[in-house]
Design a protein. Structure first.
Length: 618
C-alpha cells in the first residue's frame, strides 16, 4: 500500500475573498451588498454573510485549549457533561423532599430548593434533605438574603454530621442582594455586608458557591445578549472587589461566585456568549492575582428565557426552550434549568416539568451533547461571534467601571434605563412585526382560546417589603401586549368576524388574503378566507351573510383603483372596510372615504387596538 497521502481537490484553485465578493455583486444585480446581505445585529456589530479562514487567523480564541486559561473553550478537558437542574419551591419540607427524591429517579442530578426565610431552621433542612446524598447530587438553595448566612451555617453543620467529604459537595446558595436593587429598586445595600461572612462560613467547601450574579433577570427583562454579558461581568466584578476589600483572599472569593444567566432564542450567538463570558471573566479575575488559574473559571447555571414565552400557542414554548437548551449545552455551561412551557400562565404541573427534564435528557442520552468539548471551536462563524460579543460586552463593562462600578451604576439608574430602553424597543419591534413571536404576532392558531389562562404575576415571597429607593426595571414578556389584546377580544359579547373579499389577480389576492388572515387572527378575530368573487357586490353580500364586522378587500395594486371604491360604496358602512396593501392610489382611496389599510409597514398592535375600539371592544 502506498504511504503517499493524497489531498483532495488539489486540482482546484481556492477563490479569494475578493473573488467571492465579485461573484456576489454580480448575483445581486446592482443591489447594495451592505443592505441586502450584512446583518446589523442589535448587539452593536455587523455579521457578514460568509467568513473564511483568514478572518479567524487574526483571532486568539482558536488557539485556546479546553480546560486551560482563559477557558474560552470550557472548564473541562475530557467531556461536556452538565448538571440537569430542576427548581422546587419548598414551602413544606416533607412534600419538597418527596418531590426531590422522585425526580432524582427521573434523570435530575441537580436540585434547587427555594425556601422562605421564616422556614430556615435545622429541622426544616434535615427533613428537606432526608435521603438525598449531597455528595452525589448537586444541591442549590435560595432564601431571603437576610437568612442566607444562617442557612449556610445550618448546611455546614449538616454536612459535617453526615460525614461528607467537603471536596465532594457541589452546590450553591443564591445570595444576590444587588438583584433586588437593579430589578426592584429596593434599598438593600446594608445586606451586602453579609457577603464576606457567608464566604467564610463555606470556605472549606471548594465547590459550593454562595455569591450569585443573577443576570438571568436581565435576560427575562428583554436585555440583548451583549447587555446581559457586559452587565453580568460588571456585576460579578463588583462582588469580587467587595470581597477582596473585606479581606477575603482573591482565590477564595472567585471560587465562591456563580453566574445565573439566561438563554435567548439566538442560537449561535448564545453559544458564542458563553464562550465569550468565560474568556472575559477569566481576564477579570486574573487581575486580582489568584493563587491558581483554576480560580479564573466561570461557573454558569443557564436558564431558558421567560421573556419570549407565550400563553397562546404555549406548546411553541417547547421549541424555543429546546433550541435555547442546545445553545447552553454546546456553550459548555455548568448546569441548565429548562423553564417549563406553561410557566407564563400557571404553576408548572407534573407533565410540563417532566417534558422540561426530558428536553435535557434527550440532548444527553440521544444526541450525546455531553461527549464533545466545545464543538463550536474552529467554526469561522462562532469564533467571529465570540470575538465580536467579547469586544462589545467589554465596552459595557468598562463604561460601568467608569461610573464607579456596578453598584454605583444601578444606584444611579443607568443600568435600569438601558435595559428598559431595550425592552421598550423590542416591544415596539414586536408591535411592528419586525421581531417575530411565532403564534402571537405571526401565524397564530386561529381557533385557539385562552380557556381561562391568564398571565402569571411573580412576587418575591420573602415577606420583607423594602421601600423603593432606586429606579426599577419594568419587565414584561414580549408577547404580553398581544396577549392582553386577544384576551380583551375574548371578553367581547361577540367574536368579531373578518371576511376576505378576494377579487382580481389570483396571485395577489391569495397572497394578501393570507397576510390579512394572519394579521387579524392575532387579535382573536374569526377569519373567513375565500377563493375569489366575480364582482365586489357578490363578495359584500357573502360577507354580510356571514355576519362580517370587518371586510378586507384583497387584490392587486393596479386593480384597487377600480374595486376598492366600488366595494366601499356598496358596503355603505354596514361593516368596517379595510384594504390589504399600500397601493399607489392610497391617497385617492382615502379621499373616497377609505380609512384603513393593513400591510407590512403598519404597526400591527396599534392597528388591531384601533379596530377593537371601532368595534366597541374595550
Amino acid at each position: 500500500m502506498s504511504n503517499t497521502k493524497e489531498k483532495l481537490f488539489t486540482e482546484f484553485q481556492a477563490p479569494t475573498t475578493q473573488e467571492w465578493l465579485d461573484k456576489i455583486e454580480v448575483d445581486l444585480k446592482g443591489a447594495d451588498f451592505q443592505k441586502r446581505l450584512v446583518w446589523r445585529t442589535p448587539e452593536g456589530f455587523n455579521v457578514q454573510p460568509f467568513y473564511r479562514k483568514e478572518d479567524v487567523d487574526k483571532l486568539d480564541t482558536p488557539n485556546a485549549l479546553p480546560g486551560e486559561f482563559p477557558f474560552v473553550r470550557g472548564n473541562k478537558k475530557d467531556d461536556n457533561t452538565w448538571y440537569i437542574r430542576q427548581e422546587i419551591t419548598a414551602d413544606d419540607a416533607k412534600a419538597a423532599n418527596a418531590k426531590a427524591l422522585d425526580i432524582l429517579n427521573k434523570g435530575i442530578d441537580s436540585l434547587s430548593f427555594r425556601i422562605a426565610g421564616k422556614n430556615v431552621s435545622k429541622q426544616f433542612v434535615e427533613q428537606l434533605l432526608n435521603g438525598i446524598y449531597c455528595d452525589i447530587v448537586e444541591v442549590n438553595f435560595s432564601t431571603c438574603k437576610r437568612h442566607s448566612v444562617e442557612l449556610a451555617q445550618i448546611l455546614v453543620d449538616y454536612f459535617k454530621e453526615k460525614g461528607y467529604d467537603p471536596e465532594k459537595i457541589v452546590g450553591s446558595i443564591d445570595w444576590d442582594p444587588m438583584e433586588k436593587i437593579v430589578i426592584k429598586g429596593k434599598d438593600v445595600e446594608a445586606i451586602l455586608q453579609f457577603g464576606p461572612q457567608l464566604v467564610e462560613t463555606l470556605k472549606d467547601y471548594p465547590h459550593f458557591r454562595c455569591i450569585a450574579v443573577n443576570a438571568v433577570s436581565l435576560n427575562n427583562s428583554g436585555a440583548y445578549i451583549v447587555q446581559e454579558l457586559g452587565y453580568a461581568l460588571a456585576w460579578g466584578n463588583e462582588y469580587m472587589q467587595q470581597l477582596v476589600n473585606a479581606g477575603i483572599d482573591p482565590t477564595l472569593a472567585a471560587r465562591k461566585i456563580k453566574f445565573n444567566m439566561g438563554i435567548s432564542e439566538n442560537y449561535f450567538m448564545e453559544i458564542a456568549k458563553f464562550r465569550a463570558a468565560r474568556l472575559l471573566w477569566a481576564q477579570i479575575v486574573k487581575q486580582y492575582e489568584p493563587k491558581c488559574d483554576c480560580a479564573c473559571q466561570m461557573c454558569v447555571n443557564a436558564v431558558t428565557s421567560e421573556y419570549n414565552m407565550t400563553i397562546f400557542d404555549a406548546h411553541v414554548n417547547l421549541l424555543r426552550s429546546q433550541t435555547e437548551t442546545m445553545s447552553a449545552a454546546l456553550g459548555g455551561v455548568h448546569s441548565i434549568v429548562v423553564t417549563p412551557f406553561d410557566e407564563a400562565y400557571e404553576t408548572p404541573n407534573d407533565f410540563s416539568e417532566r417534558i422540561a427534564r426530558n428536553q435535557q435528557l434527550l440532548l444527553k442520552e440521544e444526541c450525546h451533547f455531553n461527549t464533545v468539548v466545545d464543538p463550536g471551536a474552529g467554526s469561522y462563524y462562532i469564533e467571529q461571534l465570540t470575538s465580536s460579543l467579547a469586544t462589545e460586552a467589554w465596552k459595557i463593562f468598562l463604561r460601568v467601571e467608569d461610573e464607579g462600578g456596578f453598584l454605583a451604576a444601578i444606584k444611579a439608574g443607568t443600568v435600569q434605563d438601558d435595559i428598559n430602553a431595550t425592552n421598550d424597543k423590542r416591544h415596539t419591534l414586536a408591535a411592528q412585526r419586525r421581531e417575530f413571536i411565532l403564534g402571537t404576532n405571526q401565524f397564530p392558531n386561529f381557533t385557539e382560546t385562552s380557556d381561562g389562562k391568564q398571565p402569571k404575576q411573580h412576587c418575591c415571597g420573602c415577606g420583607h417589603q423594602e421601600a423603593t429607593a432606586y429606579k426599577t426595571i419594568n419587565a414584561t414578556r414580549l408577547a404580553a401586549d398581544f396577549e392582553a389584546l386577544r384576551l380583551t377580544t375574548e371578553k367581547a359579547s361577540k367574536q368579531p368576524v373578518a371576511f376576505m373579499l378576494t377579487i382580481g389577480n389570483l396571485v395577489w389576492r391569495q397572497a394578501r388574503a393570507q397576510f390579512s388572515t394572519n394579521f387579524l387572527a392575532c387579535a382573536g378575530y374569526k377569519v373567513i378566507d375565500n377563493l375569489g368573487f366575480a364582482t365586489v357586490e357578490e363578495g359584500i353580500d357573502e360577507a354580510l351573510k356571514a355576519g362580517a364586522d370587518i371586510v378586507v378587500i384583497c387584490s392587486s395594486d393596479d386593480e384597487y383603483a377600480e374595486y376598492a371604491p366600488a366595494a366601499f360604496k356598496y358596503l355603505n358602512g354596514r361593516a368596517m372596510f379595510v384594504v390589504a396593501g399600500a397601493p399607489a392610489c392610497a391617497d385617492d382611496l382615502r379621499q373616497a372615504g377609505i380609512e384603513h389599510f393593513i400591510h407590512v409597514k403598519v404597526n400591527q398592535l396599534e392597528t388591531l387596538r384601533l379596530f377593537n375600539e371601532k368595534l366597541g371592544i374595550k
